[in-house]
Design a protein around this ligand. Sequence first.
Ligand code: FES
Length: 333
Amino acid sequence: MKQAHSFPITGVVPQGKDGILLSFGIPSEHQEDFIFKPGQYLTLRGGDDEPVWRCYSITSDPQINNGISVLVKRVPGGRLSNWLVDNAKVDGHVELLPPAGSFLLARPDNPVLLYAGGSGIAPIYALARQALEQGSAQVRLFFANRDSDSVMMRVELSRLESDYPGRFEVVFWNDQERGLPTAGDLTRPAEDLREADVYICGPDPFMRAVHNVLEEFGFDRARLIKEDFGAAVQAPIDGVGVDLAQLTVQLNGQAHEITVEKGETLLAAMLRAGLNAPHACRVGECASCTCRLESGQVNRLDSSVLDEDDVEDGWLLACRSFADSEELIVRFL
Ligand code: FES
Protein backbone atom coordinates (compact mmCIF):
# COMPACT_ATOMS: atom_id res chain seq x y z
CA MET A 1 0.00 0.00 0.00
CA LYS A 2 1.23 3.47 -0.81
CA GLN A 3 2.24 5.29 2.33
CA ALA A 4 2.86 8.96 2.99
CA HIS A 5 6.19 10.16 4.37
CA SER A 6 7.49 13.53 5.42
CA PHE A 7 10.33 14.75 3.18
CA PRO A 8 12.64 17.75 3.43
CA ILE A 9 12.23 20.71 1.09
CA THR A 10 15.54 21.26 -0.69
CA GLY A 11 14.62 24.16 -3.01
CA VAL A 12 12.05 26.92 -3.41
CA VAL A 13 12.57 28.85 -6.65
CA PRO A 14 10.12 31.63 -7.65
CA GLN A 15 8.32 31.00 -10.94
CA GLY A 16 6.47 33.93 -12.49
CA LYS A 17 4.81 36.38 -10.14
CA ASP A 18 2.78 33.85 -8.16
CA GLY A 19 4.40 30.44 -8.38
CA ILE A 20 7.28 28.37 -7.04
CA LEU A 21 9.27 25.36 -8.12
CA LEU A 22 9.35 23.21 -5.01
CA SER A 23 12.02 20.51 -4.68
CA PHE A 24 12.27 17.60 -2.26
CA GLY A 25 15.11 15.31 -1.29
CA ILE A 26 14.14 11.64 -1.33
CA PRO A 27 16.04 9.58 1.28
CA SER A 28 17.64 6.43 -0.12
CA GLU A 29 15.24 4.08 1.69
CA HIS A 30 12.29 5.60 -0.22
CA GLN A 31 13.86 6.04 -3.65
CA GLU A 32 12.36 2.91 -5.13
CA ASP A 33 8.83 4.03 -4.21
CA PHE A 34 9.47 7.44 -5.76
CA ILE A 35 10.54 6.32 -9.24
CA PHE A 36 8.34 8.25 -11.67
CA LYS A 37 7.63 8.82 -15.35
CA PRO A 38 7.40 12.22 -17.10
CA GLY A 39 3.82 13.49 -16.83
CA GLN A 40 3.11 11.95 -13.41
CA TYR A 41 2.30 13.86 -10.24
CA LEU A 42 3.03 13.83 -6.52
CA THR A 43 0.34 14.18 -3.87
CA LEU A 44 1.29 16.63 -1.12
CA ARG A 45 -0.29 17.29 2.26
CA GLY A 46 -0.09 20.50 4.24
CA GLY A 47 -1.91 23.59 5.41
CA ASP A 48 -2.66 25.41 8.64
CA ASP A 49 -5.72 24.28 10.58
CA GLU A 50 -7.04 21.43 8.52
CA PRO A 51 -4.29 20.03 6.27
CA VAL A 52 -5.44 18.85 2.84
CA TRP A 53 -4.03 16.63 0.10
CA ARG A 54 -3.54 17.97 -3.42
CA CYS A 55 -1.82 16.72 -6.61
CA TYR A 56 1.08 18.60 -8.27
CA SER A 57 2.77 17.60 -11.52
CA ILE A 58 6.44 16.64 -11.45
CA THR A 59 8.80 18.71 -13.58
CA SER A 60 12.11 17.04 -12.75
CA ASP A 61 13.92 14.58 -15.00
CA PRO A 62 13.53 10.94 -13.86
CA GLN A 63 16.98 10.17 -15.24
CA ILE A 64 18.67 12.65 -12.93
CA ASN A 65 18.74 11.26 -9.42
CA ASN A 66 18.56 14.57 -7.62
CA GLY A 67 15.25 14.69 -5.77
CA ILE A 68 11.85 15.59 -7.19
CA SER A 69 10.43 18.99 -8.13
CA VAL A 70 6.84 20.11 -8.58
CA LEU A 71 5.33 23.39 -9.73
CA VAL A 72 2.93 25.21 -7.38
CA LYS A 73 0.91 28.29 -8.30
CA ARG A 74 -1.20 30.56 -6.14
CA VAL A 75 -4.87 30.22 -7.17
CA PRO A 76 -8.08 31.72 -5.76
CA GLY A 77 -9.26 29.44 -2.94
CA GLY A 78 -6.26 27.13 -3.36
CA ARG A 79 -5.85 26.06 0.25
CA LEU A 80 -2.68 24.05 -0.13
CA SER A 81 -1.20 25.89 -3.13
CA ASN A 82 -1.50 29.28 -1.44
CA TRP A 83 -0.17 27.91 1.84
CA LEU A 84 2.86 26.40 0.07
CA VAL A 85 3.63 29.58 -1.89
CA ASP A 86 3.48 31.58 1.37
CA ASN A 87 5.18 29.13 3.72
CA ALA A 88 7.46 26.67 1.92
CA LYS A 89 11.09 27.10 3.03
CA VAL A 90 14.26 25.10 2.49
CA ASP A 91 14.62 22.57 5.35
CA GLY A 92 10.88 22.64 6.01
CA HIS A 93 9.04 19.34 5.59
CA VAL A 94 6.01 18.28 3.58
CA GLU A 95 4.17 14.97 3.57
CA LEU A 96 4.25 13.22 0.18
CA LEU A 97 2.58 10.18 -1.34
CA PRO A 98 4.48 8.31 -4.08
CA PRO A 99 4.10 9.38 -7.72
CA ALA A 100 0.94 8.49 -9.64
CA GLY A 101 -0.91 9.41 -12.80
CA SER A 102 -1.40 8.27 -16.37
CA PHE A 103 -0.77 11.46 -18.36
CA LEU A 104 2.10 9.83 -20.24
CA LEU A 105 3.55 10.06 -23.73
CA ALA A 106 2.01 7.29 -25.81
CA ARG A 107 4.63 7.44 -28.59
CA PRO A 108 7.69 9.43 -27.46
CA ASP A 109 9.31 9.37 -30.90
CA ASN A 110 6.21 10.69 -32.70
CA PRO A 111 5.70 14.43 -33.45
CA VAL A 112 4.11 16.04 -30.43
CA LEU A 113 1.82 19.03 -30.14
CA LEU A 114 1.46 20.44 -26.63
CA TYR A 115 -1.05 22.93 -25.21
CA ALA A 116 -0.51 24.39 -21.73
CA GLY A 117 -2.43 27.01 -19.79
CA GLY A 118 -0.80 28.60 -16.72
CA SER A 119 0.56 26.01 -14.26
CA GLY A 120 -0.54 23.30 -16.71
CA ILE A 121 2.96 23.80 -18.09
CA ALA A 122 4.35 21.44 -15.39
CA PRO A 123 3.50 18.05 -16.93
CA ILE A 124 3.61 19.51 -20.45
CA TYR A 125 7.21 20.64 -19.91
CA ALA A 126 8.09 17.14 -18.64
CA LEU A 127 6.53 15.54 -21.74
CA ALA A 128 8.29 17.99 -24.07
CA ARG A 129 11.66 17.17 -22.57
CA GLN A 130 11.01 13.42 -22.77
CA ALA A 131 9.88 13.61 -26.41
CA LEU A 132 12.98 15.61 -27.35
CA GLU A 133 15.29 13.27 -25.44
CA GLN A 134 13.70 10.22 -27.04
CA GLY A 135 13.95 11.41 -30.62
CA SER A 136 10.71 13.15 -31.60
CA ALA A 137 11.53 15.17 -34.72
CA GLN A 138 9.11 17.96 -33.87
CA VAL A 139 7.73 19.21 -30.56
CA ARG A 140 5.59 22.34 -30.66
CA LEU A 141 4.12 24.02 -27.58
CA PHE A 142 1.29 26.57 -27.42
CA PHE A 143 1.60 28.15 -23.93
CA ALA A 144 -1.18 30.51 -22.80
CA ASN A 145 -0.90 32.82 -19.80
CA ARG A 146 -2.93 35.69 -18.41
CA ASP A 147 0.04 38.09 -18.71
CA SER A 148 3.77 37.90 -19.27
CA ASP A 149 4.58 38.17 -15.53
CA SER A 150 2.66 34.94 -14.88
CA VAL A 151 4.78 32.74 -17.16
CA MET A 152 6.34 29.80 -15.29
CA MET A 153 9.23 27.59 -16.45
CA ARG A 154 10.46 30.31 -18.84
CA VAL A 155 14.17 29.56 -18.21
CA GLU A 156 13.66 25.82 -18.56
CA LEU A 157 11.75 26.24 -21.85
CA SER A 158 14.45 28.51 -23.26
CA ARG A 159 17.02 25.89 -22.35
CA LEU A 160 15.09 23.24 -24.29
CA GLU A 161 14.87 25.60 -27.28
CA SER A 162 18.63 26.09 -27.30
CA ASP A 163 19.38 22.40 -26.63
CA TYR A 164 17.12 21.23 -29.46
CA PRO A 165 17.29 23.90 -32.20
CA GLY A 166 14.80 23.32 -34.99
CA ARG A 167 13.01 20.55 -33.09
CA PHE A 168 11.37 22.48 -30.25
CA GLU A 169 9.27 25.58 -30.69
CA VAL A 170 7.18 27.58 -28.21
CA VAL A 171 4.29 29.86 -29.14
CA PHE A 172 3.71 32.13 -26.11
CA TRP A 173 0.19 33.51 -25.85
CA ASN A 174 -0.59 36.46 -23.56
CA ASP A 175 -4.34 36.89 -22.87
CA GLN A 176 -3.94 40.42 -21.55
CA GLU A 177 -2.36 41.65 -24.77
CA ARG A 178 -4.17 39.50 -27.31
CA GLY A 179 -7.43 38.37 -25.68
CA LEU A 180 -8.44 34.72 -25.40
CA PRO A 181 -7.11 32.61 -28.29
CA THR A 182 -9.61 32.02 -31.11
CA ALA A 183 -10.15 28.71 -32.89
CA GLY A 184 -7.76 29.94 -35.60
CA ASP A 185 -5.09 30.79 -33.02
CA LEU A 186 -5.36 27.30 -31.53
CA THR A 187 -5.29 25.41 -34.82
CA ARG A 188 -2.43 27.39 -36.40
CA PRO A 189 0.30 25.40 -34.56
CA ALA A 190 -1.39 22.19 -35.73
CA GLU A 191 -1.62 23.00 -39.42
CA ASP A 192 1.59 21.25 -40.48
CA LEU A 193 1.54 18.70 -37.61
CA ARG A 194 -1.62 16.79 -38.36
CA GLU A 195 0.06 13.46 -37.59
CA ALA A 196 1.10 14.60 -34.09
CA ASP A 197 -0.19 13.28 -30.77
CA VAL A 198 -1.70 16.12 -28.74
CA TYR A 199 -1.36 16.66 -24.96
CA ILE A 200 -3.36 19.35 -23.15
CA CYS A 201 -3.13 20.63 -19.57
CA GLY A 202 -4.53 23.79 -17.99
CA PRO A 203 -7.76 25.26 -16.62
CA ASP A 204 -10.89 23.34 -17.64
CA PRO A 205 -12.25 25.95 -20.10
CA PHE A 206 -8.86 26.06 -21.84
CA MET A 207 -8.65 22.27 -22.13
CA ARG A 208 -12.23 22.02 -23.38
CA ALA A 209 -11.65 24.75 -25.99
CA VAL A 210 -8.45 23.15 -27.33
CA HIS A 211 -10.02 19.69 -27.39
CA ASN A 212 -13.17 20.82 -29.22
CA VAL A 213 -11.34 23.01 -31.71
CA LEU A 214 -8.79 20.33 -32.63
CA GLU A 215 -11.47 17.67 -32.90
CA GLU A 216 -13.37 19.86 -35.34
CA PHE A 217 -10.08 20.47 -37.15
CA GLY A 218 -9.87 16.74 -37.82
CA PHE A 219 -7.81 15.29 -34.96
CA ASP A 220 -9.05 11.92 -33.78
CA ARG A 221 -10.28 11.98 -30.14
CA ALA A 222 -7.88 9.13 -29.30
CA ARG A 223 -4.93 11.44 -30.06
CA LEU A 224 -6.23 14.32 -27.89
CA ILE A 225 -5.02 13.55 -24.38
CA LYS A 226 -6.00 15.78 -21.43
CA GLU A 227 -4.68 15.88 -17.86
CA ASP A 228 -7.92 15.92 -15.88
CA PHE A 229 -6.71 17.02 -12.48
CA GLY A 230 -9.29 17.60 -9.78
CA ALA A 231 -11.95 15.86 -11.79
CA ALA A 232 -15.42 16.37 -10.43
CA VAL A 233 -16.63 14.03 -7.71
CA GLN A 234 -17.45 10.83 -9.48
CA ALA A 235 -21.00 10.81 -10.81
CA PRO A 236 -23.22 8.13 -9.30
CA ILE A 237 -22.96 4.75 -11.01
CA ASP A 238 -26.35 3.16 -11.56
CA GLY A 239 -27.05 -0.03 -9.73
CA VAL A 240 -23.94 -0.22 -7.53
CA GLY A 241 -24.40 -0.78 -3.79
CA VAL A 242 -27.43 -0.80 -1.51
CA ASP A 243 -30.26 1.76 -1.82
CA LEU A 244 -29.29 3.76 1.25
CA ALA A 245 -26.56 3.01 3.80
CA GLN A 246 -25.69 4.48 7.19
CA LEU A 247 -21.96 5.14 7.23
CA THR A 248 -19.94 5.97 10.32
CA VAL A 249 -16.71 7.78 9.43
CA GLN A 250 -14.00 7.84 12.08
CA LEU A 251 -11.85 10.83 11.22
CA ASN A 252 -9.40 12.77 13.40
CA GLY A 253 -10.66 11.08 16.57
CA GLN A 254 -14.32 11.87 15.89
CA ALA A 255 -17.17 9.72 14.60
CA HIS A 256 -19.50 11.19 11.96
CA GLU A 257 -22.79 9.57 10.96
CA ILE A 258 -23.71 10.12 7.32
CA THR A 259 -25.77 8.45 4.59
CA VAL A 260 -24.55 6.94 1.33
CA GLU A 261 -26.90 6.76 -1.62
CA LYS A 262 -27.03 3.98 -4.18
CA GLY A 263 -24.27 4.39 -6.76
CA GLU A 264 -22.48 7.07 -4.73
CA THR A 265 -18.87 6.54 -3.69
CA LEU A 266 -18.07 6.74 0.00
CA LEU A 267 -15.88 9.77 -0.70
CA ALA A 268 -18.66 11.55 -2.60
CA ALA A 269 -21.00 10.92 0.35
CA MET A 270 -18.42 12.27 2.82
CA LEU A 271 -17.85 15.44 0.79
CA ARG A 272 -21.61 15.90 0.31
CA ALA A 273 -21.95 15.73 4.11
CA GLY A 274 -19.28 18.42 4.51
CA LEU A 275 -16.58 16.19 6.02
CA ASN A 276 -12.95 17.14 5.46
CA ALA A 277 -12.17 13.62 4.28
CA PRO A 278 -8.64 13.14 2.89
CA HIS A 279 -8.66 13.09 -0.91
CA ALA A 280 -6.87 14.53 -3.94
CA CYS A 281 -7.17 12.81 -7.35
CA ARG A 282 -10.68 11.32 -6.83
CA VAL A 283 -9.98 8.70 -9.49
CA GLY A 284 -8.24 5.94 -7.53
CA GLU A 285 -4.63 6.83 -8.29
CA CYS A 286 -3.08 8.83 -5.46
CA ALA A 287 -4.05 6.78 -2.34
CA SER A 288 -4.81 9.84 -0.20
CA CYS A 289 -8.36 8.59 0.54
CA THR A 290 -7.20 5.19 1.85
CA CYS A 291 -9.18 4.14 4.91
CA ARG A 292 -10.06 0.91 6.67
CA LEU A 293 -13.33 -0.95 6.75
CA GLU A 294 -14.08 -1.63 10.42
CA SER A 295 -17.48 -3.27 9.82
CA GLY A 296 -19.97 -3.82 7.02
CA GLN A 297 -19.31 -4.47 3.35
CA VAL A 298 -18.17 -2.44 0.36
CA ASN A 299 -18.09 -2.93 -3.37
CA ARG A 300 -14.67 -1.82 -4.67
CA LEU A 301 -13.88 -0.72 -8.21
CA ASP A 302 -10.53 -1.85 -9.58
CA SER A 303 -7.50 0.14 -8.54
CA SER A 304 -3.77 -0.28 -8.92
CA VAL A 305 -3.16 1.35 -5.53
CA LEU A 306 -4.21 -1.53 -3.24
CA ASP A 307 -3.08 -5.12 -3.67
CA GLU A 308 -4.93 -8.26 -2.59
CA ASP A 309 -3.29 -8.28 0.84
CA ASP A 310 -4.34 -4.68 1.47
CA VAL A 311 -7.92 -5.53 0.52
CA GLU A 312 -7.86 -8.60 2.75
CA ASP A 313 -6.66 -6.40 5.59
CA GLY A 314 -9.74 -4.21 5.08
CA TRP A 315 -8.13 -1.25 3.31
CA LEU A 316 -10.18 0.58 0.71
CA LEU A 317 -10.12 3.73 -1.38
CA ALA A 318 -13.08 5.92 -0.44
CA CYS A 319 -13.19 7.33 -4.00
CA ARG A 320 -13.51 3.82 -5.53
CA SER A 321 -15.83 2.11 -3.03
CA PHE A 322 -19.60 1.85 -2.66
CA ALA A 323 -21.67 0.77 0.35
CA ASP A 324 -22.71 -2.87 -0.02
CA SER A 325 -24.40 -3.26 3.39
CA GLU A 326 -26.98 -1.06 5.11
CA GLU A 327 -24.57 -0.14 7.89
CA LEU A 328 -20.82 0.24 7.75
CA ILE A 329 -17.95 1.88 9.56
CA VAL A 330 -14.71 3.17 8.05
CA ARG A 331 -11.73 4.69 9.81
CA PHE A 332 -9.06 7.04 8.49
CA LEU A 333 -5.69 6.70 10.18
S1 FES B 1 -8.62 10.47 -3.90
FE1 FES B 1 -6.87 9.67 -4.92
S2 FES B 1 -7.11 7.54 -4.63
FE2 FES B 1 -8.93 8.35 -3.82
